[in-house]
Design a protein around this ligand. Structure first.
Ligand code: NAP
Length: 519
């Protein structure tokens, strides 16, 4: 059995004990083991501080961007191997695995592209300068310089490649060394991706370290110049961000957490119209892609009250065709959930949702999967529920079931009612609205915009181009208020700025201009 290794202080570390098993979720066969025992986390941090940080900060943005280009190429060149590992360790079909693996190489390539436009500079300028006195003798300008610490990245189990890459791209471009930790249960893809990157030999020493397994006392050692970027459940986020050393030092913490994303059908969209077809297709994709294990997946489907029956019928017709099973079988369209814990949580979660809604498709129980041994595998059919009163649906607006599970909720057709119901989720990563009526859309955005990080509008004009609301594209913001964690990732330079310190530089205009020009 394979023992996964951490990459620390320029070497591969293999633990001797304390192992957690990694399992093929389609067969329940143990395929690897992981542990971080024996790692001196203080020394790992020192290595990043003493080697990686200075090396990266000595480079310009253009030079650091070139590292991302090389990382992207390594992942692209080894795509097939990474997809095979993903299928085995996370139960993904090829399209689902590519959403993660190609998403990783694509995001790195995007940050290369914007990085090379930032110039041979050590810091960035922001906005225009401003005269601060009667004359140009006193003038101010904002600049952004790399923070002097270490970026610690903790990722969720569902995106072992993209999760690592989207955070590392921003931190490395900014000039901060990275210590990355994937979720243990699905860490095989991340381990291999980083092994390939390290073997390629272009990263400066200490720029990238990998922890497989627990983080030990690493987080206790973080200080004022460090950044902790976390993706995972709201519960873990609460524990991590309330650590006393992080609060005392005001360590920068970014959280990407749960989200009860909603898709809203506007009243102008007639049954059978192209926009209605897009809505149904998108909702089914968002429910089933990666077996619903996406933070951006649709969990609540808001439909004008008199249209719920028609929408239910259209969704059930499509969901009934989804073949669930082992992704090694070519007929399979949706794989298992990733772990035994996820299966338990899914079954319990659906049971909880039935306090406020009833199941209209699926069983809410484990099922056997096509191409998998009888009685084995973490399979659940796509599950659609329906509530008669969105405001009395209780857990539907509170409980994230991280699987192929969503609930139909009626609303009165007004943008205000839709926005109010969406808000019951306490803050989302993405809200989608399907409409060809710009007036309705404007009203909805005005009323509901504050509750979400991204509004995706599906319309006749976007058919054929729009990738679906679940795709977190690097050009636009990923993150959301409240329950979604309050974080901001990607969004072009927005994500990079997490790792940069904004400094107001004041002095005579000629000196400030000269200093900025020479940067
Ligand atoms: P999780 O249980 O919260 O774990 C997330 C990560 O935190 C894992 O790497 C885990 O490591 C680590 N962790 C847990 N306790 C820790 C501690 N005390 N100290 C340091 N690290 C700790 O979440 P998950 O089950 O992996 O992921 C599913 C959740 O992530 C869902 O709720 C989903 O909505 C959310 N998610 C959000 C986004 C987003 O961008 N907003 C994206 C993807 C997923 P171990 O595996 O070793 O325990």
């Amino acid at each position: 059995m394979k023992t996964l290794r951490s990459y620390i202080r320029g070497n591969w570390h293999e633990a001797k004990s304390g192992f957690a098993p990694l399992v093929d979720p389609s067969t329940e066969e143990t395929i690897a083991q992981a542990s971080s025992e024996g790692i001196d986390f203080g020394a790992v941090l020192d290595y990043a501080r003493e080697k990686g940080g200075p090396a990266l900060r000595a480079m310009t943005f253009v030079q650091r961007a070139a590292l991302l280009k090389d990382m992207s190429k390594v992942l692209r060149d080894n795509r097939d191997e990474l997809l095979a590992i993903s299928a085995r360790n996370t139960g993904t079909t090829t399209p689902d695995g590519s959403f993660d693996v190609d998403g990783a190489s694509g995001t790195l390539a995007y940050y290369f592209a914007i990085g090379k436009t930032l110039g041979e500079r050590a810091f960035l300028t922001e906005g225009e300068g401003v005269q601060l006195a009667k004359t140009e003798g006193f003038y101010g300008r904002h600049i952004l310089v790399p923070r002097n610490g270490v970026a610690v990245h903790i990722n969720a189990f569902n995106f072992p490649a993209w999760g690592f890459a989207e955070k590392a791209a921003c931190a490395l471009l900014a000039g901060m060394p990275v210590i990355t930790k994937p979720a243990t249960a699905t860490s095989m893809v991340t381990e291999r991706a980083i092994e390939l990157i390290v073997e390629a030999g272009f990263l400066p020493e200490g720029a990238l370290q990998l922890i497989i397994g627990s983080t030990g006392d690493l987080l206790d050692r973080l200080g004022p110049q460090d950044v902790l970027a976390f993706t995972g459940s709201a519960d873990t986020a609460r524990t991590l961000r309330s650590r006393s050393n992080l609060m005392a030092a005001n360590t920068r913490v970014n959280v990407e957490a749960d989200s009860l994303n909603a898709a809203v059908l506007a009243p102008d969209v007639a049954d059978g119209s192209p926009t209605f077809g897009l809505f149904v297709k998108d909702v089914v994709r968002e429910m089933t892609q990666k077996t619903g294990q996406k933070c951006t997946a649709v969990r609540r489907i808001l439909v004008p009250r008199d249209r719920v029956d028609a929408v239910q019928e259209a969704l059930v017709a499509k969901l009934s065709n989804v073949v669930v099973g082992n992704p090694q079988d070519p007929s399979v369209r949706m794989g298992p959930v990733a772990t035994a814990q996820q299966l338990k949580d899914t079954v319990e979660g659906i049971q909880e949702l039935t306090q406020g809604a009833k199941i209209v498709h699926g069983t809410g129980k484990r099922t056997d999967g096509v191409g998998a041994p009888e009685g084995k595998g973490y399979f659940v059919q796509p599950t659609l529920l329906r509530a008669d009163d969105a405001r009395k649906a209780g857990p539907v607006n509170q409980r994230e079931v991280f699987a192929s599970v969503a609930t139909l909720l009626p609303y009165d057709g007004s943008a205000g009612d839709a926005a109010d119901i969406v808000a019951l989720g306490g803050g989302t990563l993405v809200t989608s609205a399907y409409t060809d009526d710009a007036g309705w859309a404007g009203d909805f955005v005005t009323r509901g915009g504050g509750e979400t990080g991204r509004i995706y509008i599906g319309s006749e004009g976007s058919i054929g181009d729009a990738p679906g609301s679940g795709a977190a594209l690097p050009q636009t913001l990923h993150g959301g208020p409240g329950r979604a964690g309050g974080g901001e990732e990607l969004g072009g330079l927005v994500g990079v700025k997490l790792y940069l310190q904004r400094v107001a530089v004041q002095g005579s205009k000629s000196l400030v201009d000269g200093l900025v020009g020479a940067a």
